[in-house]
Design a protein around this ligand. Sequence first.
Ligand code: FES
Length: 150
Amino acid sequence: MNDDHFEKLLEELQRKIEYEEEETYSKVVIREYRKPSNFGMIENPDTLGDVKGPCGDTMKISLRIEDRKIRSAYFWTDGCGATIACGSMLTKMIKGENLEEAADTTSERLIDALEGLPEEHIHCSKLAVDTLQNAIENYHKKKNSENPSL
Ligand code: FES
């Protein structure tokens, strides 16, 4: 096989993959998955959430909190593309929110912001929201152990 033929095959394959993605996912999910925001971890975060979902994939969310407001939020996952899109959108949504608002985030709200998720990836949005709740719970536990009278 010569190089030109190989290039053409690769391009065809790429187009097929993109077509299948567009058939399955919303434009927002594809955008967030291809160019995720806030991927990584905050150094010495104020709190960290770490949850393994039923599919076996893990998500971590690290938060910087000042005056009970989320100043910065980063996520990490070894999960699927939908989970990357969920982590990206969720960390953008909660930035600037206070802890109570962020704790009220539901997977339905996240799915709405992503303009939908296929049925078989609904659990990915739950993993992201559960990880956020875990981070917030850990923050409260830490604060309570630092000052038990509060
Ligand atoms: Fe495991 Fe999406 S988080 S399949």
